[in-house]
Design a protein around this ligand. Structure first.
Ligand code: DON
Length: 594
């Protein structure tokens, strides 16, 4: 059963309260800090319901939570057939490339965090790389001005995809099933098609106009030129052929031969930079996750080229010094201290972090208790700190659509995967008859120091474009372990820069406020990313009274329909039951176990 169906019914009173809150907060903002195309606002309208009464899906053995219900089904079937969490995650990854084409992908990249029941923690980086012909100024004109749309809407914005190598590598090292077996459900879903749910269609509606522009996309993603409707069957024959090729030839089917050739041809014909060498040279990396403790729990998270783990840890280490649980969810104090921690952590993120193959990342310093103490010392108890007073080194002189899924198997292995095409449906283009969307991940780089990207992130030279470099990401697949080393939680989200605050707040909601996992992810969120100096806030987070008090302290709020979409699992420490929660902001998703 869908988790959203488990949201308790609304009382008439709370319906009215929510409606008033929504209309009061939906005055059109003056300048949206995040590109509308970057976030699927239309699809992300939270379903109405009181999140305080929300209950998770429960299962005794294993659990899969994904943003599309058919992909969740695939994962659960693999687990029931004896696969482990990695087998299931890889199967979900391929299935979402078909059933959640905005975000699930083979034309993008991502990160996987794994906790093995043996106690080992692993991180797999399959982030896209810049083409070898890319340069630091490719998104600027001759006068050094950033050309709007070049990094998001053209072939120059496409990075070399990593998902196929990443999923196959994880399966080969830690899975138990052959690729043919785990990819088979995806092939069937592409070939026979699947019935679109209302949530699927809402996401597609965001880019209908763009689909119409592309002669090889329109026949698939439009129904004779018209938007697909809920209940229609979406068949993706070309994608099925591509997946079959990968099933029979493995990773090399994607990085050499006709699939790679078609990507190179389309890129070159469209003014992009791909060559066959970009594909031949592409690699994925196993690395050690970023780890920190938070109130006795251990956070296992994504290291650079993700900024996610470092920034989540920096925020958590900073707020660890404040009794958030005593202040209470939504209180003036908790909001103040969390925003100030976010502001400072994003200033560090945007300035100091980049691809570790290219720049030194001071991760140990940023997540240290000493750094957190220094940051706390700069936070005033009763006043917002203007971002202009926070030193970030973003200057020319100094040298964040996506989906997350969580799996826990019967042996106690846990896998968190966040992967993305960047914007919904990425760059909105496909190569020839390959049948899959390519990313626009190059927009995550600094197009020019000081100039905001699609997620409004103002970044520095550490994240400048360079040949073969990976753009800094905010994706934060995260596993939280209990003090005894067993899994407490598996979490992660889409949302560009808001991923970091979403994941940090979900963790606080469980650990500090004692929420069940469905409440923790359905609760309204807020977000601050240093620049712009404004707090994004979802409807229902602020009462008029807290808002007035916080504004008097110097905060300015910017209403936003939805922040993030966490797909999380919590293991009940007392009973061992698995609690799964699909975020109400992605209504086509599902949490399911056995
Ligand atoms: O890697 C990043 O940080 C971004 N490319 C993620 C984009 C994203 O989450 C879009 N989702 N709404």
């Amino acid at each position: 059963m869908r988790t959203r169906a488990r949201l308790a019914g609304l009382t008439a009173l709370s319906t009215v309260a929510l409606a008033i809150g929504a209309s009061a907060q939906q005055t059109p903002p003056a300048s949206p800090p995040i590109s509308a195309k970057a976030l699927d606002q239309a699809s992300a309208q939270p379903e109405s319901g009181d999140w305080r009464n929300a209950q998770p899906v429960m299962a005794p053995h294993a659990m899969v939570v994904a943003a599309q219900h058919l992909a969740t089904d695939v994962g659960v079937r693999i687990l029931q057939e004896g696969g482990n969490a990695v087998d299931a995650a890889v199967a979900v990854g391929y299935a979402e490339a078909v059933t959640h084409p905005c975000c699930g992908n083979i034309g993008g990249g991502g990160f996987m965090v794994v906790h093995l029941a043996s106690g080992k923690n692993l991180f797999l980086d399959f982030r896209e790389k810049a083409p070898l012909k890319a340069t630091a100024t490719i998104f600027q004109d001759e006068d050094g001005n950033v050309v709007p749309g070049r990094s998001t809407g053209t072939w120059l914005g496409v990075g070399v995809p990593g998902t196929v190598m990443g999923l196959n590598e994880a399966l080969a090292k830690y899975g138990t099933m052959p690729l043919k077996k785990v990819i088979a459900p995806a092939i069937a879903l592409a070939e026979k098609g699947y019935v679109l749910a209302p949530g699927d269609v809402k996401i597609m509606d965001n880019r209908v106009k763009d689909f119409a522009q592309e002669p090889n996309v329109a026949p698939i993603f439009l129904n004779h030129g018209q938007p697909w409707k809920a209940g229609d069957r979406l068949v993706q024959t070309n994608l099925a052929k591509t997946l079959k090729r990968i099933a029979s030839k493995g990773t090399k089917a994607f990085y050499s031969g006709p699939i790679a050739e078609k990507m190179v041809q389309a890129s070159q014909a469209g003014g992009g930079l791909f060559t066959m060498k970009d594909f031949a040279d592409y690699t994925v990396n196993w690395d050690t996750p970023v780890t920190c403790t938070y109130r006795g729990y251990q956070i296992i998270a994504a290291p650079p080229p993700s900024s996610g783990g470092t920034t989540v840890c920096e925020i958590l280490k900073t707020v660890e010094g404040y009794p958030l649980g005593q202040y209470g969810f939504g209180s003036v104090e908790a909001t103040h201290y969390v925003v100030e921690a976010e502001r400072r952590a994003f200033a560090d993120r945007n300035t100091d972090l980049g691809d570790p193959a290219f720049v030194h990342n001071p991760v140990a310093r940023l997540i240290s208790p000493e750094h957190a103490a220094k940051l706390r010392a700069s936070i005033l108890p009763d006043k917002a700190t203007p971002s202009s007073e926070i030193k970030g080194g973003v200057s020319a002189t100094e040298g964040i659509d996506t989906t997350h899924f969580s799996v826990v198997d019967a042996q106690g292995n846990a896998v968190a995967v966040t992967y993305t095409l960047n914007y919904l449906f990425g760059v909105g283009k496909m190569a020839g008859d390959t049948g899959f969307f390519l990313n626009n991940e190059m927009d995550d780089f600094t197009s020019k120091p000081g100039v905001p990207n699609g997620f409004g992130l103002v970044q520095g030279a550490a994240n400048a474009v360079a040949p073969g470099k990976r753009p800094l990401s905010s994706m934060s697949p995260t596993i939280v372990l209990r003090p005894d080393g067993k899994v407490l939680m598996v979490t992660g989200s889409p949302g560009g820069s808001t991923i970091i605050t979403t994941v940090a707040q979900t963790i606080m909601n469980v650990i500090d406020y004692g929420m069940n996992v469905q409440q923790a992810i359905d609760a309204p969120r807020f977000h601050h990313q240093w620049l712009p100096d404004t707090v994004l806030v979802e409807p229902g987070y602020l009462t008029p009274d807290t808002q007035a008090k916080l504004e008097a302290m110097g905060y300015s709020f910017h209403p936003i329909a939805a922040i993030g979409a966490d797909e999380a699992i919590v293991v009940d420490p007392k009973t061992g039951m698995l609690h799964g929660a699909n975020d109400r902001r992605r209504p086509a998703g599902e949490a399911k176990g056995y």
